[in-house]
Design a protein around this ligand. Structure first.
Ligand SMILES: [Zn+2]
Length: 74
């Protein structure tokens, strides 16, 4: 079903993700492949990191959370 937006309410909210510096390298917490850093364009509403093998987006916050392993005792 198509939703028809007729007013300024049609603007999509762009989440205020923290964007990494270009050239930053991170690995996927799931498959450990190198993540792709997406360009921060106004037309892009997704998260900054993309893993092609997992078909999954990550934000910096996601990565910080996933890198923590709270159930592992030091
Ligand atoms: Zn992955």
């Amino acid at each position: 079903m198509h939703k028809h937006h007729t007013s300024e309410d049609g603007y999509k909210y762009k989440p205020d993700y923290k964007w990494p510096d270009l050239g930053t390298i991170k690995n996927c917490p799931r498959c450990n492949d190198e993540l792709e850093l997406i360009e921060n364009k106004d037309s892009y509403f997704g998260k900054p990191w993309w893993c092609a093998p997992c078909q999954w987006q990550f934000s910096e916050e996601d990565l910080a959370t996933l890198e923590e392993k709270p159930d592992v005792e030091k």
